[in-house]
Design a protein around this ligand. Structure first.
Ligand code: FAD
Length: 829
């Protein structure tokens, strides 16, 4: 039995202990620097509002489980969750629209929520100002977590099951040997450990630093205040005031003013995110004192009334009865913020046996803990962790400057209405491809991902709209779907299908896998036989042990001992790198190394029926079908520039991905552009790219399919080599899994041919929500918006369904895919 040490007895740490106990694990020690009855972290003062609905399916799943679990924890009549419901009100039309979208997420992720009128809001919540509220979203299963109580009950329950707690014991160091944790150091001696899970909340950065791990979170103070008693509420009998749960009205959000509310008996509690960000350096907080009480704990700083002035004025506007009260008590409470708002969960990439579960709200605590326990006991979480993975960040995103700026921005924007494509305003221009200077000259509209500036379209192509054939004319879009969109992308798509276009593919991850064990590693991890001849490209999958799709990658064999991988995220790199290190340790003769080459190289996708005319003008190498067949790679020269040409295309047209090292990039762009002009070339952006890849039937891993899906469900079985002799991760599971799954990734078209959708909307069949959209775009081949959707297998091709967009049901039809060139003749040309 492995010896487990959990650092921190907040709501996350004790939940992890409990989830492990439930899975039969023993030998667990929880080390906590504070006293156990009130450890003094964020949990010790959390007001505990649990609003479950989130744009992220993963986070909503975590919240849903937390509610279920807290409802089930009870001892001697003591309960931990007061299911008063949640009400989010809109005081602006924009917020009302946002609530409509949120209602869509609720239906997509399986939570009951009701869009209600202003009158209905007042019925549920009579204290609201009727002149201010336009409507609301009511979620009956939301409520109040009594986080401190839940923590105590879980400590009791896990202690009875044998978990050892070491209170008032700070972890001061972590001992390692041979790349593996061995124990934690404390002033009272060391505690041996095979597995360490850091659940240290906003102290996580300090614990990470003990093992050289950058944990990208920033502690920030957030204001919470309690009013004096409301005269109208004094002495009332609460219907469900079980054990002082002290509230009967729904928890309330007034996001237009960055505010939230709960009742504390006859007082109100008010939380505020509208003040200036107040970052805190946890090192300045000192060690947790022996004595901690409600008013005095390390995570609680003095209230700064000036920062609360607007909150107080706006609160009195929304809830006029507050005018008869004043602020009785307030504090600036500390908790964690991250660059993208997600938690930090998973296995450290640099150290075996070290795990992290931090920057987690009470709302998601039990869900995250369950995922962590699943990861530890079975090697995978049932819920997809891509949005939480500690390894999801690019190197540049781990710098403290980046974490500081973006986490503070995240605090500022926490209740803002954010478009799914909304880029960060700052920091920008962190990573630019060598083509950037030319892209700017062409009026590129840049959006940002992973620090990369990526053109979505080029204003220079606007004049093409005049020549666009009638069937390619883009449809009018509503204001939301028109954000970060331009009809110019239609012209770029048209050029790609009918002439030739060049796409900047630099930001796609590229890794080099080399060494005598390279083939063995990739054979062990992928679903295809990659022991192919040098020069071949394979589209394949990385699965987990249960057959869930970790990622889809392109494996190009460049040489006997050298492969190049085209991958999706930094998570893929961390996974391959860890597996490579493991292999080197296990069998030194099968030595292998994985190297990130994304930034040192650049890549142009040269695609379209006239792409061969262009490439043969600038190169004397053989780019014929025979000289470089489909899914083959070779070294070549373009106007003297050494390149690697990959015969593949994401958009479904003839062409190549042409890669060179960064220093040649600009020249490569210029040479291709200059010659390409004779053949009608344009630079094209990601908006066109996304529409073309979707109608061609290519999936985007992470959006269309995740670890929660199997290849049979996602329809990517062509990436599995059934006759492959070697064992690979997920092979046994594939043999077990049903080839007739209960759900499938399907394609849809919108019947009216014009109503755009963006992704994550619920899909209804016979009036019932049965699935959800993953990604969507306008297809010019079909002349209508198209999308992928997860649906029950019974909702088969030809079925009429409806998609909810802004509360409106839009008729759609399930159709076969791919929609474009199913025979693949365009690429084989
Ligand atoms: P913590 O509760 O901070 O636990 C971490 C523990 O690790 C601490 O007890 C600490 O003492 C211990 N520790 C740290 N370093 C060491 C060490 N070196 N050795 C030993 N032990 C160590 N969330 C919601 O979901 N809903 C809300 O309404 C809500 N409101 C909030 C309002 C305020 C004012 C604040 C500040 C936060 C709020 N949150 C809310 C956030 C929520 O409180 C936290 O995200 C959550 O409690 C974090 O739990 P945790 O277990 O990760 O961290």
């Amino acid at each position: 039995q492995q010896r487990v040490v959990i650092i921190g007895a907040g709501i996350v740490g004790v939940n992890v202990a409990d989830e492990l106990v439930q899975r039969g694990w023993k030998n667990i020690t929880v080390v906590e620097q504070g006293p156990l009855h009130l450890p003094g972290g964020s949990t010790s003062h959390a007001p505990g509002l649990v609003f479950q609905i989130n744009a992220s399916k993963t986070m909503t799943t975590f919240a849903k489980y937390t509610v279920e679990k807290l409802l089930s924890i009870e001892k001697d009549g003591q309960r931990c969750f007061n299911q008063v419901g949640g009400l989010e009100v809109a005081t602006t039309p924009e917020r009302m629209d946002e609530l409509k979208r949120k209602h869509g997420y609720a239906s997509s992720w399986g939570i009951e929520a009701n869009l209600i009128s202003a009158g209905a809001c007042l019925k549920i919540y009579p204290a609201l100002n009727k002149d201010l509220v336009l409507g609301g979203l009511h979620i009956p299963s939301d409520g109040l977590a009594l986080a401190a109580r839940a923590t105590q009950l879980l400590i009791e329950r896990t202690r009875e099951a044998g978990v050892r707690y070491l209170p008032s014991t700070p972890v001061t160091g972590i001992e390692r040997s041979n790349g593996q944790v061995t124990s934690v150091e404390t002033p009272n001696g060391t505690v041996p450990a095979d597995l360490i899970i850091s659940c240290a909340g906003f102290w996580g950065v300090e614990i990470g630093a003990m093992v050289g791990l950058q944990v990208p979170l920033l502690p920030l103070a957030h204001q919470y205040a309690k009013t004096t008693a409301l005269p109208g509420l004094k002495g009332r009998t609460l219907n469900n005031n079980i054990n002082g749960m002290n509230a009967e009205l729904p928890i309330l959000r007034h996001q237009d003013q960055d505010l939230y509310y709960r009742e504390h008996g006859d007082q109100y509690g008010i939380g505020y995110y509208g003040h200036r960000p107040m970052p805190v350096n946890p090192a300045t907080l000192g060690l947790t004192p022996k004595h901690v009480d409600e008013k005095s704990m390390p995570s609680r700083l003095n209230f700064t009334p000036k920062d609360f002035e607007t909150a107080w004025t706006e609160s009195q506007k929304l809830l006029p009865a507050l005018k008869d009260t004043h602020i009785a008590d307030g504090f600036n409470g500390i908790f964690s913020f991250t660059p993208d708002g997600g938690p930090i969960v998973g296995r450290a990439p640099n150290l075996e046996g070290f795990y992290v579960a931090e920057a987690v709200w009470v709302t998601h605590s039990a869900g995250v803990a369950r995922a962590m326990a699943e990861l530890l006991t079975t090697g995978r979480s049932e819920t997809d962790l891509a949005e939480c993975e500690i390894t999801r960040f690019e190197e540049i995103q781990l710098s403290s400057a980046y974490v500081n700026e973006t986490s503070q921005q995240n605090f500022v924007e926490i209740y803002d209405i954010i478009h799914p494509l909304e880029p960060k305003q700052s920091p920008r221009h962190l990573r630019i491809s060598p083509f950037n200077v030319r892209q700017k000259e062409l009026g590129a509209y840049f959006l940002e991902v992973g620090g990369w500036e990526r053109p979505f379209w080029y204003e220079a192509n606007a004049e093409l709209l005049r020549y666009l054939p009638a069937s390619w004319k883009p449809v009018e879009r509503d204001a939301w779907s028109a954000k970060h969109y331009s009809p110019i992308s239609a012209a770029e798509a048209w050029k790609t299908r009918n002439a030739v276009a060049m796409y900047d593919m630099t930001s796609f991850h590229r890794f080099e896998v080399s060494g005598p064990g390279a083939c063995h590693l990739l054979q062990r991890l992928t679903t295809s036989d990659v022991a192919t001849k040098p020069g071949s490209i394979t589209y394949t999958l990385l699965l987990d042990e249960q057959g869930g799709i970790r990622s889809d990658i392109f494996v190009s064999r460049l040489d006997e001992d050298a492969y190049q991988i085209g991958a999706n995220t930094a998570i893929d790199f961390a996974y391959l790198n860890r597996q490579a290190k493991f292999q080197c340790k296990q069998s030194p003769s099968k030595w292998v190394q994985v190297r990130e080459i994304t930034g040192s190289t650049c890549c142009i996708g040269l695609w379209g029926p006239r792409s061969r005319d262009v490439i043969t003008t600038v190169s004397t190498d053989d780019f014929s079908n025979k000289g470089l067949p489909y899914f083959q790679v070779k070294k070549a020269h373009i106007s003297g520039i050494p390149v690697t040409a990959f015969r593949k295309s994401y958009v479904g047209e003839l062409g190549w991905e042409i890669q060179t090292s960064a220093e040649y990039g600009l020249r490569l762009w210029d040479v291709i552009m200059q010659v390409g002009k004779l053949h009608g070339i344009v630079a094209a952006g990601r908006a066109a790219f996304n529409a073309l890849r979707l109608e061609k039937g290519y999936r985007t891993c992470g959006a269309d399919m995740t670890t929660e899906h199997t290849p049979y469900e996602a329809g990517v079985t062509s990436a599995i080599e059934t006759s492959k002799k070697d064992d690979f991760v997920g092979k046994a599971a594939l043999q077990r899994l049903s080839k007739q799954p209960a759900r499938r990734l399907r394609s849809l078209t919108i019947d009216d041919g014009t109503s755009m959708i963006l992704g994550k909307e619920p899909v209804f069949y016979n009036g019932k929500a049965v699935g959800y959209i993953t990604t969507a775009a306008f297809s010019f081949t079909v002349g209508a918006p198209i999308a992928y959707a997860w649906l029950p297998s019974s909702v088969c091709e030809g079925t009429n369904v409806e998609v909810e967009y802004f509360g409106r049901r839009i008729p759609a039809t399930v159709i076969p895919n791919p929609l474009y060139d199913p025979q693949n003749s365009r690429q084989l040309d």
